[in-house]
Write a protein that binds this ligand. Sequence first.
Ligand code: ADP
Length: 421
Amino acid sequence: MGLLALVLGVVAALLAVALWRERRELGRLRDWAAQPRLSDPPEGEGVWGEVFDHLHRHRRANLRRRRRLAELIVRQRRAAQALPYGVAMLEAGLRLDWCNRAAADHLGLDPERDRGQPIANFVREPAFVKYLDAGDFSQPVRIVRGSERTLALQLVPFGQDEHLLLSQDVTGAERLEAMRRDFVANVSHELRTPLTVLSGFLETIRDLKLDADRVRDYVALMAPQAERMKRLIEDLLTLSALEHSPPPPAEERIVVRPLLERMRAEAEALSGGRHRITLSVEGAHDLAGAESEIASAFLNLVSNAVRYTPEGGEVRLVWRSGEEGAEFTVEDTGIGIAPEHIPRLTERFYRVDRGRSRETGGTGLGLAIVKHALARHDATLAIESTPGKGSRFSARFPAARLLPVEPDPVAPEGRARAAGR
Ligand code: ADP
């Protein structure tokens, strides 16, 4: 009996020790697992050591996976931020979950403040409301924000009842499209008018028995209409070439002096002695670029000055060049232009007085050609004008487009060099 009690006592003591150890290891496990940061596992005894190691490996792998996922999310959000399009993620009920900067800008969203709000609270334009109601998101919908911004919006369903809302600012494209439509309408109109006159005369000549003198009179009336169509087509081709040809060479020399002399001669020819025309040249620089383009720009300015200056007026051509750049100015004492028209003069087919432009052989494309040709040479057009007094059109070139004038080969020094002496 005594022996049995002793054995039971020893067994109980051993069990108590074993239990105490297990509790101690469990306590360590709890303390370790409760640490917010992953640390080395405690030294465990026996099988506990293995348990700690296994758990540590799992926790480490888990942590690595979580870090990778977090990095992936950050990278994907960065990529979405970098997109030139707006992207908004919408959860069930089309509520905002997240959006990139472009979408915030397009739709006036604050990604933090507006989270969880239905997108319809921010995009209230009727076209978008209709788009949501119709539920067909295969095409984008266009909305006009404020008065001048056009956005294309498209919903893309994904996951479970989630959507991406893509937005794109199409204001520029829309404006271009409107310009293209206007341009086609204008060209058609400009061509149709002389063509109608021409075909009227042709019908008359065909249907009526006219004597030779009469026919000659009619042909004389037809010729200016054909001429007008020809000029229009030439100007259209010039504009198209300016738009589509490669940039003008930066190293090709345009010898300015003879070009200016030619402009004066052209002005004299156009004027037919009705105006006083002067040319003044200050500075010793040539231009770098495409001569035909600069000649076309200068000629348009000169021709306008003559055409919009009544008989007896004056047209002054002035070239000035220096270290800071060069300027070709065409100044006239003509009819002038009211200030409200000035910003629009370089638009295609914009004319202050359509009738007067036509009478003098204008196409309405001259200043558009000037603007394009100058822009291709990094130059700008400045316009000053006073109605009834006259106008000043200045083509301004930066110093980078200037080349110092080369010595004249017919000057004594040049001639000596040319003769090899
Ligand atoms: P257009 O062929 O009609 O002359 P442009 O593009 O050359 O077309 O010029 C646009 C408009 O600008 C002209 O129709 C005219 O109303 C105005 N304009 C241009 N140059 C002058 C000028 N020197 N004096 C007065 N008006 C001018």
